[in-house]
Ligand binder design. Structure first.
Ligand code: I3P
Length: 124
């Protein structure tokens, strides 16, 4: 709608270990391989680092996997994994990520924050 006098601060989450499996890249299916990754949520992207050190690394070429959330879809899934607390992010370029944490409160915290980011970066 726009025109709001005060814009809500965009939710961000910093640094947490989540289990991540990229199951498709640009529409092409990939072998599922769950990996513990260091995840950071900015106001428009989810950054997936191999580890915590990579976030502050100045090494050229040490880049995270960047998940653009504008136009993405996020949903809980019980069908794509035998694990609990799994949600899927599908980007508008056709990449699919599964994210998971054994703790429901951690998983739902990330789900809620990413969904808010998807919503606020998609409706312009
Ligand atoms: C996969 C691995 C995954 C599992 C996946 C298996 O085997 O065990 O953990 O996903 O199940 O195929 P591999 O390592 O040999 O590739 P979940 O843990 O999410 O269930 P899937 O084929 O049903 O996705």
């Amino acid at each position: 709608a726009g025109g709001a006098a005060f814009s809500e601060p965009l939710m961000e989450l910093k640094g947490e270990h989540l289990n991540v499996a990229k199951i498709s890249e640009s529409g092409k299916k990939q072998r599922k391989n769950w990996t513990v990754m260091w995840s950071v949520l900015t106001s428009e992207k989810l950054l997936i680092y191999k580890d915590r050190q990579q976030e502050t690394s100045l090494k050229p070429g040490s880049k995270p996997d960047v998940v653009q959330l504008c136009g993405a879809v996020i949903e809980w899934t019980t069908e794509k994994s035998s694990r609990k607390n799994v949600f899927q992010i599908t980007t508008n370029t056709g990449s699919e990520y599964l994210l998971q944490a054994d703790s429901y409160s951690i998983a739902s915290k990330w789900y809620d924050a990413i969904r808010k980011t998807v919503d606020s970066s998609t409706k312009l």
